[in-house]
Each structure stands twice: as C-alpha cells, then as structure tokens.
Design a protein around this ligand. Structure first.
Ligand SMILES: *Cc1c(COP(=O)(O)O)cnc(C)c1O
Length: 439
C-alpha cells in the first residue's frame, strides 16, 4: 500500500467523499438509485467499488490539534459535532454510509444506526425522558418497547399514558390533557409521544396527522417530539415524517435487513432531534458493528425489490385466504373494513405490507395444526425476511401480555401471524391450502 514517494509532495488524502450527484436534469434521484453509491467514494478505498469493512477500534488523527478539535465536537464544547472519525464506539465508515442511506428513505436530515431495534428505541427514550416526565404512547406496542416504558423507565420516575391506535382527534386531546396533568403533578413535562403503526399483530393504524395536530395544540412542538416505530411498513410503504412525525425508529432486523440474518436498528429525523441521541449513544455505545452495517448496505440495494415482491405475494395469498371456509377473519391492510382505519390508511400508506394476521376457526388447537402442517412457510417469530414466516402470537410473542389485555387488543387464540416473503406466490398458496386442509 505504501508507495515509495516523497511524503512532502504526496497530497493528503481527502477525508470526505467528493460531492456526488443526487439530482440530474432537474430530477431528484430516487432512493433505489442512490442506494448503489451514496455516501461512498471508491477513490478513498483503493478504487474498491464496494466499501470495505473497516475493522478498527480507533482512527489516526492528522495532528494533535485535530484530535483536540474532534473531541471538542464530540463533547459538545464546539457546536457541529465531530468532523471526522475518532473512535469506533462513536462511529465508523461503514456505519456513516449506512446512516446517510437510511436517512434518504425517510426524507430525513440525519439517521443513527444501532446494534438492535430495541437499542435504538431505548436510547431514544432515555435521551428525551427525565424523572417526573410522562411519555404518551399508542397501544399496542412491540412487547419489549411496552415493557421498557412500563417496567424500566418507571424505575427512573418516568410514567406513561397510553391510548389505543385509531384514537380520534377528540380522544387524543383528552389523552394529552391527562398526560399534562400527570406531568404537572410529578413536576415534569410530557417528554415524548411515541407511536407504533401499524400495531403488531393486529395492524391497527395510528392517525399520525391527528396526533401531530393534537400535539401542536397542547404542547410545544419544539420540545415534545413525536416518534414512531415504522418497522412494519417502512421504509417503502409509509413515510411518517411526511405525516407530522419528527423521528422514525426501525428494527432493521426486519424488512430493511430482509434476510433474517442480522439484528440492527435505527432512528432518523432532523439533526436537532438526532444530536442529543447521538450524544447518549456516544456515551452508552450500542452502535451497529461494521460487519452488520456492511450487510445492511447490501440489503438496502434490494429493499425496494424485496418489499414490492413480498407485497404482491401477500395480496395474492390474502385473496386466497379471504375466501377460505376455515378462515374467519383477516387483519390485512389491503382489506380494511373500518371506515376510519381506511381513511388513515389512504392518508398515510402507499402499500398494504406483507405482514398480517389470519383468524382460523377452532382456536389454539386448530392454529397449531395449521402451523405444524406448513411445508414452505417456516414456523418462527420475526418478519420481513425473504422467507415466509408464521407464528401464534397468543402463545409466543404475546404470551407475557395478560389474558384480558390480549382480548382487548384482539390477540385471540385463533390468530396466526404471517409474514410473507418473496417466494413464488402460487407455491405459498398451495402450502396454505394443504395446511388448512389438515385443520
Ligand atoms: C422486532 C421489532 C422491534 C425490536 O427490534 P430488534 O431488532 O429485535 O431489537 C421493535 N419494534 C417492532 C415493531 C419490531 O417488529
């Protein structure tokens, strides 16, 4: 690597990627185009077309003064943050490229990657909540998110007020009034509104625009962010920042990673919302590792293709399931029956996704027979992978949810959750047909 040239005359290598093309002939390039090169300059890496995986724990400073400047940025003594890479708990080349590309999908100014979806969500909540504060959240949430609020943040003096997904503007106004009163009583503030839409496994949608309007009327939008877990429909079928959310959170483990071979998470939004989270991530760690970041760069090149195909497959499979005599109901966003939910869908979503619930006549016993008979679909929790997965939430992912609350949320013993992959749709239909015959 070291050429025998005079060090005095060798130009210092550029540390920042050269300006790249993001618009052409007045067109802003689409994310699917930008995923192939955005944020990476091959000339900085021996011409390697793809970014190498940078396995290093630390980065060499050009000079002692440069080192001081970096740390002034990282510690917040100088505004603007770090200007280069310093230490791998803070960031690395693979993660920086990943963050640049993730931000594009949501139309966000900035993004941060994490070692899991839950790390992203926990660090986000800890950044914005202090003792005495109240967090307002939609329900149901992913079980670990709900548990973090109720069982962990509560130990640090943070309380919560929750509301059902689908709440109307009037209901939201009442929820925020209650949260404000609760915060005043405990000497804190309403720190954050945290949403998950669609909810898991029922696919109930939250009206993000109504939440934004209610927040703007009751609270200071400059200090109380609206965050939303967009794992189920993002980044392709829902862009919540366009509907009034300030921060989107992801389990990248699901559709974005897309191959059921990694665990990672992210958040994205305006820099002013990201910077405080970055500071806490710098302190706590929890950034994705370079290898996982590289795998995610590969995944992002095909995320649109994979999600489109999975969405088309799900539509065909659901069309089949809808007419099957042993299927008593379908929680699929392509066949919404409630007018209000349909209205939210029309304003927020550009596709019905590929994860849905199917209700099978006969309760747990019938569901287990169905699941055990599947030959193409795999029996596993998780979603958004290339392969079709099926699970029984009441006895698996939501077993820890009290029976009464499960009924309230519509998670009955007859519900099977399915995440459709990118196999051949007719093969999937054949699999479901033969498995239903065994029920
Ligand atoms: C899986 C999931 C998470 C947690 O993500 P991990 O990557 O498993 O930590 C959070 N929210 C939703 C909606 C999920 O599906």
């Amino acid at each position: 690597m070291t050429d025998a040239v005079d060090a005095e005359t060798t130009p210092t290598p550029r540390r920042k990627p050269k300006p790249e093309v993001t618009t052409l002939n007045g067109r802003t390039m689409k994310p699917s185009t930008l995923m192939m090169g955005h944020g990476y300059d091959p000339t900085l890496s021996e011409g390697s077309l793809k970014p190498p995986i940078f396995l290093t724990s630390t980065f060499a400073f050009e000079s002692a003064a440069a080192g001081k400047r970096h740390f002034e940025g990282i510690t917040g003594q100088r505004p603007g943050g770090a200007e280069g890479l310093v230490y791998s708990r803070f960031n690395g080349p693979n993660q920086e490229i990943l963050e640049d590309r993730l931000a594009i999908w949501d139309g966000a100014e900035d993004a941060l990657c994490f070692s899991s979806g839950m790390t992203a969500i926990c660090v986000l909540m800890m950044t914005y909540c202090s003792a005495g504060d109240v967090i307002v959240h939609s329900g149901p949430l992913y079980a670990a998110s709900e548990g973090f609020v109720a069982k962990v943040l509560s130990r640090f003096g943070v309380t919560y007020v929750d509301f059902p997904a689908g709440a109307t503007r009037d209901e939201l106004d009442a929820v925020l009034a209650k949260a404000k009163a609760q915060a005043a009583e405990s000497g804190g503030k309403v720190a954050m509104i945290y949403l998950e839409s669609p909810g898991n496994p029922t696919n109930a949608l939250v009206d993000v625009e109504a939440v934004r309007d209610a927040r703007d009327a009751a609270l200071d939008p400059e200090t109380t962010p609206i965050a939303i877990d967009n794992t189920f429909l993002g980044p392709l079928w829902q862009r919540p920042l366009d509907n009034g959310a300030d921060i989107v959170a992801y389990s990248l483990t699901k559709y974005v990673g897309g191959h059921s071979d990694l665990v990672a998470g992210s958040i994205a939004g305006d820099k002013k919302w990201m910077d405080p989270v970055r500071m806490l991530r710098n302190t706590m760690g929890g950034i994705a590792d370079p290898n996982t970041a590289w795998m995610l760069l590969r995944s992002l090149e095909t995320v649109e293709l994979r999600m489109q195909r999975a969405g088309e497959n799900a539509a065909k499979v659901c069309e089949f399931l809808r007419n099957h005599p042993k299927v008593t109901g379908l929680g699929y966003l392509g066949f919404i029956e409630d007018a209000r939910q349909q209205d939210i869908y029309d304003r927020h979503c550009s596709g019905a996704g590929s994860t849905f619930s199917v209700f099978i006549e006969g309760g747990e016993e019938a569901c287990f027979r169905f699941l055990d008979a599947l030959r193409v679909a795999k029996l596993a929790v998780s979603l958004g992978g290339t392969e079709t997965l099926a699970s029984h939430p009441a006895s698996m992912t939501h077993l820890s949810v009290p029976h009464g609350r499960r009924q309230e949320l519509g998670i009955t013993d007859s519900l099977v959750r399915i995440s459709i992959g990118i196999e051949d749709a007719d093969d999937l239909i054949a699999d479901f047909e033969q498995a239903l015959a065994k029920v």
